[in-house]
Design a protein around this ligand. Structure first.
Ligand code: NAP
Length: 271
């Protein structure tokens, strides 16, 4: 531990690991959002952050949260299904920060009616929407971020879930979208590796957030996860956040195109 790193039971672990590093976080909806947990971890280690929010509806709550951070944090409106929004965000980010060293993607959406029943009943519209918001957005955002990330090299981190590779009841079309996202992570890692831009995913165990509560039977999912996970418990947001911090930081400089599982050892169990 360096002289500037501290950790006590009541205080979070802090250091200068990301001092002078800047980045954009997408997907803070409220204080329970995984994106907010990651933002706190990044800020605790010295990073300066900018944020997007989807619509005016969320602006106030994101503003109130980000006002608690040590550095002033620019906020930009961005619906990731809108290319103009994405262009505007990165134009403003260029003006505000000049370069970034990380991009944190914590965005997913599917219609509530698609997150119950049978996957075979998924509508064409529902499929397109889930794919657009949850998978294509990573490509569009990474492309827009490339000029800012390539200046010093950087790291893109996206949140994913085991439903991409295993059948999880009611996860349905979101499982297909996460499979697309994870494949995208590998292709982007290959495209951008020579520019020293790394792209990785964090596959988190279930965490009770707004998006998660949209999945039918989410409470049962939490219970069954706790019962089967090697560690015998559900994951804490801080544990997911610390993994994203590691992937965003130079400590993970040799890792790209990977998915890291932060699921208390659920995935390794056979039964
Ligand atoms: P959350 O707090 O509800 O965050 C989801 C975010 O996505 C919200 O800020 C939401 O904004 C945003 N979003 C949805 N559609 C958007 C659009 N068109 N443009 C811009 N933003 C949009 O839930 P979360 O659980 O923290 O989710 C963050 C990420 O973690 C997601 O990728 C999720 O799949 C992943 N993940 C979650 C879990 C879990 O159990 N919670 C497990 C593994 C992975 P609005 O609120 O305005 O829609």
């Amino acid at each position: 531990m360096t002289e500037t790193a501290t950790m006590t039971e009541s205080q979070p672990f802090t250091s200068d690991l990301l001092k002078g590093k800047k980045g954009l976080v997408l997907g803070v909806a409220n204080k329970r959002s995984i994106a907010w947990g990651i933002s706190q971890a990044l800020a605790n280690h010295g990073a300066q952050l900018a944020f997007t929010y989807q619509g005016e509806r969320l602006k106030d709550s994101v503003e109130q949260l980000t006002a608690t951070l040590p550095h002033p944090a620019p906020l930009y409106a961005c619906d990731v299904t809108n290319d103009e929004d994405i262009q505007t965000v990165f134009k403003k980010l260029d003006e505000d920060f000049g370069s970034i060293q990380f991009l944190i993607h914590c965005i997913a959406f599917a219609k509530k009616e698609e997150l119950t029943g049978r996957t075979v009943d998924t509508s064409r519209d529902g499929f397109h929407l889930a794919m657009d918001v949850s998978a294509y957005s990573l490509l569009a955002l990474t492309k827009a971020a490339e000029p800012l990330l390539e200046k010093e090299g950087g790291s893109v981190v996206a949140l994913t879930y085991l439903g991409s590779e295993k059948v999880i009841p009611n996860y349905n079309v979101m499982g297909l979208a996460k499979a697309g996202l994870e494949s995208g992570i590998r292709y982007l890692a290959s495209d951008l590796g020579k520019k020293n831009i790394r792209v990785n995913g964090v596959s988190a165990g279930p965490v009770s957030t707004l998006a998660a509560r949209g999945i039918s039977g989410f409470t049962t999912m939490l219970e069954s996860h706790r019962g089967r996970a090697a560690l015998g418990r559900n994951v804490e947001i801080a544990e997911v956040a610390n993994t994203a911090l590691f992937l965003a930081s130079p400590l993970s400089s040799g890792i790209t195109g990977e998915i890291l599982y932060v699921d208390c050892g659920y995935r390794i169990m056979g039964a």
